[in-house]
Design a protein around this ligand. Sequence first.
Ligand SMILES: Nc1ncnc2c1ncn2[C@@H]1O[C@H](COP(=O)(O)OP(=O)(O)OP(=O)(O)O)[C@@H](O)[C@H]1O
Length: 232
Amino acid sequence: MGTMKNTLNATHLVKTYGSVRALADVSITVEGGESVAIMGPSGSGKSTLLHTLSGILRPDSGTVRLGPVDVTSLSDKERSTLRRERFGFVFQDGQLVDELTARENVAFPLLLSGWKRSRAMREADQWLSRLGLNDMGGRKPGEMSGGQAQRVAIARSLVHSPAVVFADEPTGALDQATGHEVMQILTTVCQMSKATLIVVTHDMEVAKWCNRLVEIRDALIHDDRKLGVGQA
Ligand SMILES: Nc1ncnc2c1ncn2[C@@H]1O[C@H](COP(=O)(O)OP(=O)(O)OP(=O)(O)O)[C@@H](O)[C@H]1O
């Protein structure tokens, strides 16, 4: 039922930068609620694929659909509204606003959507507590560890109940143990929220947390397979 609505479907994506082909002809369907790791060598097109699927980049040709919506045919303004309302983003680091507290950072997407401040702050507090950050609400990003900051970023990516969370090297700035914790939390809360998760990573330990692994090579999908939990 709700899953069809959130199916992410890309067909025949082509994206070139000058003479470089970053996506040669990529088609992929991700069902609502799946968690997908995208791996591949440096320069193979992973980030370009993530940015195209998430409406940040427009492909030269091909289409991206979220449920019935053709994302590629939307205007820039409509695409940024769709990104803000239906997608969440987690990056390697540096994504939180330094001047805002953890609570304000998490509440930010809700404030942008017009929530009243008091209600947005209460919702943010619930997310912080869900992620084990009860005491962190009043701290600024510079006053937290890397792992804590990533958990705040995860809370912020999910606070507005997005259909899809896009994560680009979410553990790239963390040591292995902290990265492991962050992936456990990220996959658990996405599952709880029934959000699809798409993660770009170089690290098989990170990919293992997902239930599907897509390998990109030379701008094409080279392999696409299911993963059992803890298997790779
Ligand atoms: N803005 C840009 N201008 C020109 N070329 C670009 C641009 N962005 C990416 N490219 C090129 O497109 C190709 C794919 O890049 P992309 O960043 O998608 O790869 P990636 O697999 O994410 O790499 P990495 O793992 O190193 O981040 C590379 O050859 C890259 O140099």
